[in-house]
Design a protein around this ligand. Structure first.
Ligand SMILES: [Zn+2]
Length: 247
């Protein structure tokens, strides 16, 4: 049975429009909402050429919050790929681990394009990221072609021959931003770092996110960073407690 949605809801209107726009699969990606849930989509993407994922076809879930597009989607990969853990939310600067960089004008297509562009970048110990060897990744890429989703079937049938729509200017900018903002903390180009800072500050997102120094934003994305933050919080608590009792 078709579920009933509130057609006045911004998220519903927007997702219905995106489902229409993405109804034709392309050779790079495809995505569709589940029949019984407009807020859960399944996607398929091709591994980028000239990378350790070339030849791979990867499938996953996109979970949309009810506040979409004000809040970003969550992306979860299902096909073993050697880049990201499966069945775990991916930490990208456009996914919900970094809501401060998400813009309502971005879409599921933008998120998928960013994910593809991001795949060959280095993991650097980020949450949910895997450091497999190129051989292991190529091996998984080969295996992925026969991967079957229990809801969608053989995933290699979910991509088509059609070329994807070329990138708009905003999309290319976003993808550059994501690749930069993501896990690669060893970027040296300072000027663009400042540009990104400005973009973030201009966002109408909660002030709290803008106050967070970049160090913490990156730290929040890695396991070691999380432990560091816990230790810092614990130390501050001990200091406050000592002051309180010695007074
Ligand atoms: Zn599926």
């Amino acid at each position: 049975m078709e579920p009933q949605y509130n057609n006045k809801s911004t998220a519903v209107k927007r997702l219905m429009r995106e489902a229409q726009e993405l109804s034709e699969p392309t050779d790079e990606y495809s995505a569709h909402p589940l029949e019984d849930n407009l807020f859960e989509w399944h996607f398929t993407m091709r591994g980028p050429q000239s990378s350790e994922f070339e030849g791979g076809i990867y499938h996953g879930r996109i979970l949309l919050p009810t506040q979409y597009p004000m809040k970003p989607p969550n992306i979860i990969l299902l096909t073993p790929n050697g880049r990201w853990e499966i069945n775990k939310k991916i930490c990208l600067s456009i996914s919900s681990h970094h809501p401060e960089t998400w813009q309502p004008s971005w879409s599921i297509r933008t998120a998928l394009l960013a994910l593809i562009a991001f795949m060959p970048t280095s993991s650097r110990g980020s949450l949910g990221a895997l450091e497999y060897t190129p051989e292991e990744r190529l091996n998984l890429a080969k295996k992925s072609q026969n991967w079957i989703c229990d809801k969608c079937g053989q995933i290699s049938h979910l991509l088509a021959k059609n070329k994807a729509k070329p990138l708009t200017k905003e999309e290319s900018e976003l993808i550059n931003n994501v690749t930069f903002k993501g896990e690669d903390t060893e970027q040296v180009s300072k000027p663009s770092d400042q540009e990104n800072q400005e973009v973030e500050i201009n966002n109408e997102e909660p002030v709290f996110n803008n106050i967070l120094p970049d160090f913490f934003k990156d730290a929040l994305c890695s396991d070691i960073g999380m432990y560091l933050i816990y230790i810092i919080i614990a130390l501050i608590s001990i200091l406050v407690a000592r002051r309180f009792y010695s007074a």
